[in-house]
Design a binder for this molecule. Structure first.
Ligand SMILES: N[C@@H](CCC[C@H](N)C(=O)O)C(=O)O
Length: 327
């Protein structure tokens, strides 16, 4: 695979636009060129993130670690495939719910037996394995495990108050008023790790500050996201994804809009964000439900279904293949 000309597939899950580099059948590009490749491909396509679907072996893991020194020891479990996410600035993020859902559909197309086990979270000290599969209706699913507390390395411990085992209330955020956008002097949200760090902000708690029109809500979310991700990063040294929950019900769909770290703007949907929204909703409402529909901005009438069962949370959504691009 040359650096000059790369064949990519474009997939979308509810408007989260992902470029896929399939290195299952072709050799993966050299590790050192991946950040530049992601920057170039994402700048020219306007897509949100680049997903690398790659065979997993001790040799590929060693090649990753030789360049990035992610681990003291190579991960011990080696499933068949791994899914990695690169952002427009060339950085490698932890994990991508929509990338994993799309990977399930792509694995099906390639004739790989499903469910499959996939390694994700490569830049973390302990990458983890998730299970992905598809159903007869063309939906893909991801068994993502349990939600966790965001580690201190990713979010200031001093600003948190525990809500339950994996959820912290995170307070003290003040982006400052910007033009006609107003913020409370101490905005708070709920912090949870669902493969990625997410700050879930409940609009119902900030009714006086949330603007009325969808366009203005987008500007408000953007201002908050830029403050926390492109400001001095005192609270979130590596940035944070923000999910603004606008309302709804678990049966009809909990509506949210998301600002993604790394991408540094609002995207149509975020899979790990849907897990974070469902988890926060369930914990805060104290409802005994085992299923929450979550509806991102880009979903129209559809959206994700999050279920709880053995082994934690399961995310279900519908990836769409949009075509091939050359970068
Ligand atoms: N869109 C993804 C999550 C992307 C991660 C984010 N850009 C980050 O760096 O945290 C998803 O579907 O989960």
């Amino acid at each position: 695979m040359s650096e000059e000309c790369i064949e990519l597939e474009r997939w979308s899950v509810y408007g989260n636009d992902l470029l896929f580099l399939d290195a299952l059948t072709e050799p993966a590009p050299a590790e050192a060129i991946l950040p530049g490749l992601a920057k170039r491909a994402l700048a020219s396509s306007g897509s949100d993130s680049l997903i690398l679907l790659q065979t997993c072996s001790r040799a590929t893991l060693q090649a990753v670690n030789d360049v990035w020194s992610y681990w003291d020891k190579l991960p011990s479990a080696v499933p068949d495939a791994m899914v990695r996410i690169f952002e427009p600035d060339g950085s490698e993020s932890l994990s991508c719910g929509n990338g994993l859902l799309s990977a399930a559909s792509l694995l099906l197309e390639r004739g790989v037996p499903l469910p499959a086990h996939v390694l994700t979270g490569l830049p973390s000290p302990c990458p983890w394995i998730v299970e992905v599969g598809t159903d007869r209706a063309g939906r893909a699913w991801l068994r993502s495990g349990t939600a966790r507390r965001v580690p201190p390395s990713l979010a200031d411990p001093a600003s948190r108050t525990p809500v339950c085992s994996a959820l912290d209330r995170f307070s003290g955020i003040f982006p400052g008023d910007i033009d006609d956008l107003r913020f409370p002097a101490e905005l708070a949200g709920y912090l949870v790790l669902t493969g990625e760090p997410h700050l879930v902000v409940m609009a119902s708690e900030w009714k006086d500050w949330i603007p009325e029109t969808p366009t203005a809500v987008g500007r408000w979310l953007d201002a908050l996201g830029r403050h926390l991700n492109l400001g001095d990063r005192v609270f979130f040294p590596k940035g944070v994804n923000i999910d603004l929950v606008l309302g709804g019900t678990p049966e009809d769909g909990v509506r949210y809009r998301c600002f993604e770290r790394g991408v540094n703007r609002e995207t149509g949907a975020c899979g790990t964000g849907a897990l974070a929204v469902a988890y926060a909703w369930k914990e805060l409402s104290c409802e005994e439900c085992d299923m929450v529909r979550v509806q991102p901005q880009g979903a129209g009438n559809g959206g994700y279904i999050v279920r709880w069962g053995d082994g934690g949370m399961r995310l279900c959504g519908t990836p769409r293949f949009l075509g091939r691009v050359t970068s």
